[in-house]
Design a protein around this ligand. Structure first.
Ligand SMILES: NC(=O)c1ccc[n+]([C@@H]2O[C@H](COP(=O)([O-])OP(=O)(O)OC[C@H]3O[C@@H](n4cnc5c(N)ncnc54)[C@H](OP(=O)(O)O)[C@@H]3O)[C@@H](O)[C@H]2O)c1
Length: 303
Protein backbone atom coordinates (compact mmCIF):
# COMPACT_ATOMS: atom_id res chain seq x y z
CA UNK A 1 0.00 0.00 0.00
CA UNK A 2 1.22 3.49 -0.82
CA UNK A 3 2.10 5.28 2.41
CA UNK A 4 -0.24 8.11 3.17
CA UNK A 5 0.32 10.89 5.67
CA UNK A 6 -2.19 11.63 8.44
CA UNK A 7 -1.87 14.58 10.81
CA UNK A 8 -3.15 13.81 14.30
CA UNK A 9 -3.88 16.98 16.29
CA UNK A 10 -3.56 15.97 19.94
CA UNK A 11 -1.55 12.91 18.88
CA UNK A 12 0.22 12.76 22.26
CA UNK A 13 -3.03 12.58 24.27
CA UNK A 14 -4.84 9.65 25.88
CA UNK A 15 -6.74 8.89 22.67
CA UNK A 16 -4.43 10.59 20.16
CA UNK A 17 -1.35 8.49 21.02
CA UNK A 18 -3.40 5.33 20.43
CA UNK A 19 -4.83 6.68 17.19
CA UNK A 20 -1.26 7.36 16.10
CA UNK A 21 -0.15 3.80 16.94
CA UNK A 22 -3.12 2.23 15.16
CA UNK A 23 -2.52 4.39 12.09
CA UNK A 24 1.14 3.31 12.04
CA UNK A 25 -0.03 -0.32 12.28
CA UNK A 26 -2.35 0.33 9.30
CA UNK A 27 0.66 1.50 7.27
CA UNK A 28 0.12 5.26 7.41
CA UNK A 29 2.81 7.85 8.04
CA UNK A 30 1.80 10.03 10.98
CA UNK A 31 2.51 13.63 11.88
CA UNK A 32 1.70 14.33 15.53
CA UNK A 33 0.68 17.96 16.14
CA UNK A 34 0.50 19.40 19.65
CA UNK A 35 1.78 22.28 21.74
CA UNK A 36 4.49 20.15 23.38
CA UNK A 37 5.90 18.00 20.56
CA UNK A 38 8.81 16.78 22.74
CA UNK A 39 6.28 14.53 24.52
CA UNK A 40 6.21 12.41 21.38
CA UNK A 41 9.81 11.33 22.16
CA UNK A 42 8.61 9.44 25.22
CA UNK A 43 5.61 7.88 23.46
CA UNK A 44 6.97 6.72 20.12
CA UNK A 45 10.17 5.10 18.88
CA UNK A 46 12.79 7.45 17.34
CA UNK A 47 11.75 8.57 13.84
CA UNK A 48 8.51 6.58 14.12
CA UNK A 49 6.44 9.76 13.76
CA UNK A 50 7.03 13.37 12.77
CA UNK A 51 6.23 15.57 15.78
CA UNK A 52 5.40 19.22 15.10
CA UNK A 53 4.43 22.14 17.30
CA UNK A 54 0.94 23.41 16.62
CA UNK A 55 -1.73 25.17 18.64
CA UNK A 56 -5.26 24.97 17.29
CA UNK A 57 -5.70 28.63 18.32
CA UNK A 58 -3.03 29.56 15.77
CA UNK A 59 -3.93 29.62 12.06
CA UNK A 60 -0.36 29.40 10.69
CA UNK A 61 0.69 26.45 12.84
CA UNK A 62 -2.49 24.54 11.97
CA UNK A 63 -1.98 25.15 8.24
CA UNK A 64 1.69 24.09 8.46
CA UNK A 65 0.78 20.90 10.38
CA UNK A 66 -1.53 19.90 7.52
CA UNK A 67 0.93 20.48 4.66
CA UNK A 68 1.14 17.49 2.27
CA UNK A 69 -1.17 15.41 4.50
CA UNK A 70 -3.92 13.20 3.04
CA UNK A 71 -5.91 12.77 6.21
CA UNK A 72 -6.37 14.51 9.55
CA UNK A 73 -7.74 13.67 12.97
CA UNK A 74 -8.65 16.27 15.58
CA UNK A 75 -8.23 14.64 19.02
CA UNK A 76 -7.54 17.85 20.95
CA UNK A 77 -9.24 18.16 24.32
CA UNK A 78 -10.00 20.86 26.86
CA UNK A 79 -11.71 19.73 30.04
CA UNK A 80 -11.14 22.83 32.19
CA UNK A 81 -11.07 26.41 30.87
CA UNK A 82 -7.76 28.11 31.67
CA UNK A 83 -6.45 31.49 30.53
CA UNK A 84 -7.31 32.11 26.88
CA UNK A 85 -8.25 28.48 26.26
CA UNK A 86 -12.03 28.24 26.53
CA UNK A 87 -14.46 25.52 25.48
CA UNK A 88 -15.47 27.83 22.64
CA UNK A 89 -11.91 28.66 21.54
CA UNK A 90 -10.86 24.98 21.42
CA UNK A 91 -14.00 22.97 20.66
CA UNK A 92 -15.72 25.44 18.31
CA UNK A 93 -13.22 27.95 16.86
CA UNK A 94 -10.17 25.67 17.00
CA UNK A 95 -12.11 22.74 15.57
CA UNK A 96 -13.39 24.99 12.74
CA UNK A 97 -9.81 26.21 12.13
CA UNK A 98 -8.57 22.65 11.69
CA UNK A 99 -11.49 21.89 9.36
CA UNK A 100 -11.03 25.07 7.28
CA UNK A 101 -7.32 24.48 6.82
CA UNK A 102 -7.92 20.82 6.06
CA UNK A 103 -10.33 21.80 3.27
CA UNK A 104 -7.98 24.50 1.92
CA UNK A 105 -5.07 22.05 2.06
CA UNK A 106 -6.94 19.45 0.01
CA UNK A 107 -7.14 16.89 2.84
CA UNK A 108 -9.20 13.93 1.63
CA UNK A 109 -10.59 12.75 4.95
CA UNK A 110 -11.04 14.62 8.22
CA UNK A 111 -12.09 12.96 11.45
CA UNK A 112 -13.32 15.23 14.19
CA UNK A 113 -13.47 13.62 17.64
CA UNK A 114 -16.40 14.87 19.69
CA UNK A 115 -18.38 12.97 22.34
CA UNK A 116 -21.69 11.18 22.83
CA UNK A 117 -24.27 13.63 24.14
CA UNK A 118 -22.77 16.71 22.44
CA UNK A 119 -25.64 19.15 22.09
CA UNK A 120 -25.66 22.74 20.81
CA UNK A 121 -28.78 23.43 22.91
CA UNK A 122 -27.30 22.21 26.22
CA UNK A 123 -27.18 24.54 29.23
CA UNK A 124 -23.68 23.17 30.02
CA UNK A 125 -20.98 25.36 28.40
CA UNK A 126 -18.90 22.27 27.71
CA UNK A 127 -21.60 20.08 26.14
CA UNK A 128 -22.93 23.04 24.12
CA UNK A 129 -19.44 23.85 22.77
CA UNK A 130 -18.99 20.22 21.69
CA UNK A 131 -22.33 20.38 19.84
CA UNK A 132 -21.56 23.73 18.22
CA UNK A 133 -18.11 22.43 17.31
CA UNK A 134 -19.60 19.59 15.28
CA UNK A 135 -21.73 22.08 13.32
CA UNK A 136 -18.79 24.47 12.81
CA UNK A 137 -16.61 21.63 11.50
CA UNK A 138 -19.28 20.55 9.00
CA UNK A 139 -19.69 24.15 7.80
CA UNK A 140 -16.00 24.24 6.90
CA UNK A 141 -15.58 20.65 5.72
CA UNK A 142 -18.91 19.18 4.66
CA UNK A 143 -17.69 15.57 4.48
CA UNK A 144 -15.93 15.58 7.85
CA UNK A 145 -16.58 12.41 9.81
CA UNK A 146 -17.69 13.08 13.37
CA UNK A 147 -16.66 10.40 15.86
CA UNK A 148 -18.47 10.54 19.18
CA UNK A 149 -16.93 8.18 21.74
CA UNK A 150 -18.63 7.18 24.98
CA UNK A 151 -16.51 7.54 28.12
CA UNK A 152 -13.16 5.96 27.22
CA UNK A 153 -11.39 3.51 29.49
CA UNK A 154 -7.95 1.89 29.72
CA UNK A 155 -5.69 0.67 32.52
CA UNK A 156 -4.12 4.17 32.59
CA UNK A 157 -7.38 6.16 32.30
CA UNK A 158 -8.85 8.69 34.72
CA UNK A 159 -12.38 7.27 34.93
CA UNK A 160 -12.03 3.58 35.79
CA UNK A 161 -8.86 4.21 37.80
CA UNK A 162 -10.74 6.64 40.05
CA UNK A 163 -13.58 4.13 40.57
CA UNK A 164 -11.11 1.30 41.28
CA UNK A 165 -9.11 3.37 43.77
CA UNK A 166 -12.23 4.43 45.67
CA UNK A 167 -13.66 0.91 45.67
CA UNK A 168 -10.40 -0.46 47.08
CA UNK A 169 -9.95 2.23 49.73
CA UNK A 170 -13.41 3.20 50.96
CA UNK A 171 -16.03 1.14 52.80
CA UNK A 172 -18.73 3.45 51.37
CA UNK A 173 -18.77 4.72 47.78
CA UNK A 174 -20.33 8.11 46.94
CA UNK A 175 -22.49 7.72 43.83
CA UNK A 176 -23.29 10.49 41.35
CA UNK A 177 -26.91 11.13 42.37
CA UNK A 178 -28.60 7.77 42.78
CA UNK A 179 -26.24 6.14 40.31
CA UNK A 180 -28.94 5.74 37.66
CA UNK A 181 -27.11 7.43 34.76
CA UNK A 182 -26.56 4.91 31.98
CA UNK A 183 -23.07 4.51 30.55
CA UNK A 184 -21.45 2.40 27.85
CA UNK A 185 -17.69 2.67 28.54
CA UNK A 186 -15.52 1.92 25.54
CA UNK A 187 -11.87 0.82 25.46
CA UNK A 188 -9.74 3.65 24.09
CA UNK A 189 -7.83 1.13 21.93
CA UNK A 190 -11.11 0.10 20.24
CA UNK A 191 -11.90 3.76 19.52
CA UNK A 192 -8.42 4.27 18.07
CA UNK A 193 -8.80 1.19 15.88
CA UNK A 194 -12.21 2.43 14.69
CA UNK A 195 -10.66 5.76 13.69
CA UNK A 196 -7.86 3.91 11.88
CA UNK A 197 -10.43 1.92 9.89
CA UNK A 198 -12.41 5.06 9.06
CA UNK A 199 -9.27 6.57 7.56
CA UNK A 200 -8.49 3.46 5.61
CA UNK A 201 -11.95 2.48 4.43
CA UNK A 202 -13.40 3.82 1.21
CA UNK A 203 -16.03 4.88 0.56
CA UNK A 204 -17.48 6.00 3.87
CA UNK A 205 -21.26 6.01 3.95
CA UNK A 206 -21.94 7.67 7.29
CA UNK A 207 -20.95 11.12 8.50
CA UNK A 208 -21.33 10.46 12.19
CA UNK A 209 -20.30 7.46 14.27
CA UNK A 210 -20.93 6.77 17.94
CA UNK A 211 -18.30 4.49 19.45
CA UNK A 212 -19.45 2.73 22.60
CA UNK A 213 -18.58 -0.38 24.58
CA UNK A 214 -20.31 -3.78 24.43
CA UNK A 215 -22.54 -3.32 27.49
CA UNK A 216 -24.72 -0.61 29.02
CA UNK A 217 -24.46 -0.15 32.80
CA UNK A 218 -26.07 2.22 35.22
CA UNK A 219 -23.32 4.01 37.13
CA UNK A 220 -24.33 1.94 40.18
CA UNK A 221 -23.98 -1.32 38.22
CA UNK A 222 -20.62 -0.23 36.86
CA UNK A 223 -19.19 0.52 40.32
CA UNK A 224 -20.59 -2.79 41.56
CA UNK A 225 -19.00 -4.68 38.64
CA UNK A 226 -15.62 -3.07 39.32
CA UNK A 227 -15.91 -3.95 43.02
CA UNK A 228 -16.84 -7.56 42.21
CA UNK A 229 -13.93 -7.85 39.76
CA UNK A 230 -11.53 -6.52 42.43
CA UNK A 231 -13.01 -8.70 45.18
CA UNK A 232 -14.02 -5.63 47.21
CA UNK A 233 -17.17 -5.13 49.25
CA UNK A 234 -18.48 -1.61 49.17
CA UNK A 235 -21.67 0.13 50.24
CA UNK A 236 -22.99 2.49 47.54
CA UNK A 237 -24.32 5.79 48.91
CA UNK A 238 -26.31 8.29 46.82
CA UNK A 239 -24.89 11.86 46.82
CA UNK A 240 -27.02 14.66 45.28
CA UNK A 241 -25.65 16.29 42.12
CA UNK A 242 -25.84 19.72 43.82
CA UNK A 243 -23.13 18.59 46.26
CA UNK A 244 -20.98 17.22 43.46
CA UNK A 245 -21.22 20.56 41.64
CA UNK A 246 -19.90 22.41 44.70
CA UNK A 247 -17.08 19.85 45.07
CA UNK A 248 -16.18 20.15 41.38
CA UNK A 249 -15.91 23.96 41.54
CA UNK A 250 -13.37 23.51 44.34
CA UNK A 251 -11.74 20.61 42.47
CA UNK A 252 -11.06 22.70 39.36
CA UNK A 253 -8.59 24.82 41.34
CA UNK A 254 -6.49 21.79 42.23
CA UNK A 255 -3.66 20.71 39.91
CA UNK A 256 -4.39 17.49 37.99
CA UNK A 257 -8.02 17.96 38.95
CA UNK A 258 -9.93 14.68 39.24
CA UNK A 259 -13.36 16.34 39.17
CA UNK A 260 -14.63 19.06 36.88
CA UNK A 261 -17.99 20.78 36.40
CA UNK A 262 -18.33 19.43 32.88
CA UNK A 263 -17.81 15.88 34.17
CA UNK A 264 -20.65 16.40 36.63
CA UNK A 265 -22.83 17.79 33.82
CA UNK A 266 -21.95 14.74 31.69
CA UNK A 267 -22.75 12.37 34.58
CA UNK A 268 -26.26 13.81 34.83
CA UNK A 269 -27.32 12.49 31.45
CA UNK A 270 -27.18 9.05 29.93
CA UNK A 271 -24.03 8.48 27.87
CA UNK A 272 -25.05 5.69 25.51
CA UNK A 273 -24.88 5.40 21.73
CA UNK A 274 -28.02 6.18 19.72
CA UNK A 275 -29.49 2.86 18.51
CA UNK A 276 -29.46 4.03 14.89
CA UNK A 277 -25.93 5.47 14.89
CA UNK A 278 -23.24 3.37 13.18
CA UNK A 279 -20.41 2.44 15.51
CA UNK A 280 -17.61 -0.02 16.11
CA UNK A 281 -19.60 -3.14 15.09
CA UNK A 282 -20.20 -1.61 11.63
CA UNK A 283 -16.41 -1.25 11.32
CA UNK A 284 -15.93 -4.86 12.50
CA UNK A 285 -14.04 -3.75 15.61
CA UNK A 286 -14.51 -6.27 18.42
CA UNK A 287 -15.35 -4.39 21.60
CA UNK A 288 -13.46 -5.04 24.86
CA UNK A 289 -15.53 -5.72 28.00
CA UNK A 290 -15.02 -3.34 30.94
CA UNK A 291 -14.21 -6.32 33.18
CA UNK A 292 -11.18 -7.17 31.00
CA UNK A 293 -9.83 -3.65 31.50
CA UNK A 294 -10.34 -3.85 35.28
CA UNK A 295 -8.47 -7.18 35.37
CA UNK A 296 -5.65 -5.70 33.27
CA UNK A 297 -5.49 -2.70 35.60
CA UNK A 298 -5.44 -4.93 38.67
CA UNK A 299 -2.77 -7.17 37.12
CA UNK A 300 -0.55 -4.19 36.28
CA UNK A 301 -0.92 -2.95 39.87
CA UNK A 302 0.07 -6.30 41.35
CA UNK A 303 3.00 -6.77 38.95
N1 LIG B 1 -11.32 10.76 27.60
C1 LIG B 1 -12.59 10.40 27.41
O1 LIG B 1 -13.17 9.57 28.13
C2 LIG B 1 -13.36 11.01 26.25
C3 LIG B 1 -14.68 10.59 26.02
C4 LIG B 1 -15.36 11.09 24.92
C5 LIG B 1 -14.74 12.00 24.07
N2 LIG B 1 -13.46 12.40 24.34
C6 LIG B 1 -12.82 13.33 23.41
O2 LIG B 1 -11.69 12.70 22.83
C7 LIG B 1 -10.74 13.73 22.45
C8 LIG B 1 -9.38 13.37 23.02
O3 LIG B 1 -9.49 13.38 24.44
P1 LIG B 1 -8.29 12.86 25.40
O4 LIG B 1 -8.92 12.44 26.67
O5 LIG B 1 -7.44 11.91 24.64
O6 LIG B 1 -7.47 14.21 25.64
P2 LIG B 1 -6.03 14.43 26.33
O7 LIG B 1 -5.47 13.17 26.87
O8 LIG B 1 -6.20 15.58 27.27
O9 LIG B 1 -5.09 14.88 25.11
C9 LIG B 1 -5.26 16.10 24.49
C10 LIG B 1 -4.26 16.28 23.38
O10 LIG B 1 -4.51 17.55 22.76
C11 LIG B 1 -3.31 18.34 22.76
N3 LIG B 1 -3.75 19.74 22.90
C12 LIG B 1 -4.40 20.32 23.92
N4 LIG B 1 -4.63 21.62 23.65
C13 LIG B 1 -4.15 21.85 22.41
C14 LIG B 1 -4.09 22.99 21.57
N5 LIG B 1 -4.58 24.17 21.97
N6 LIG B 1 -3.53 22.87 20.34
C15 LIG B 1 -3.00 21.69 19.93
N7 LIG B 1 -3.01 20.56 20.69
C16 LIG B 1 -3.57 20.65 21.91
C17 LIG B 1 -2.52 17.82 23.97
O11 LIG B 1 -1.12 18.05 23.84
P3 LIG B 1 -0.46 19.46 24.33
O12 LIG B 1 -1.00 19.71 25.70
O13 LIG B 1 1.01 19.20 24.27
O14 LIG B 1 -0.89 20.47 23.32
C18 LIG B 1 -2.80 16.33 23.85
O15 LIG B 1 -2.00 15.76 22.84
C19 LIG B 1 -11.33 15.05 22.96
O16 LIG B 1 -12.08 15.64 21.94
C20 LIG B 1 -12.26 14.58 24.06
O17 LIG B 1 -13.27 15.51 24.36
C21 LIG B 1 -12.75 11.94 25.40
Amino acid sequence: MKKRLVTVFGGTGFLGRRVTRHLLAHGFDVRVASRHPARADTLFAPAEVEAVKADIHDEASVAAALEHAHGAVNAVSLYVERGGATFRSVHVEGAARVARNARKGGIERLIHVSGIGSDPASSSDYIRARGEGEIAVREEFADAIIVRPAVMIAPDDAFLTAISNLVRRLPVYPLFGRGKTRLQPVHVEDVAEGIGRLLQAAPIDAGRYEFSGPRTYTYRELVQSVATELGSTVRLVPVPFALWRVASIAGEWLPGTPLTRNQIALMQRDNVAAPDAPGLPELAVERTPVEDVVREMDGARGA
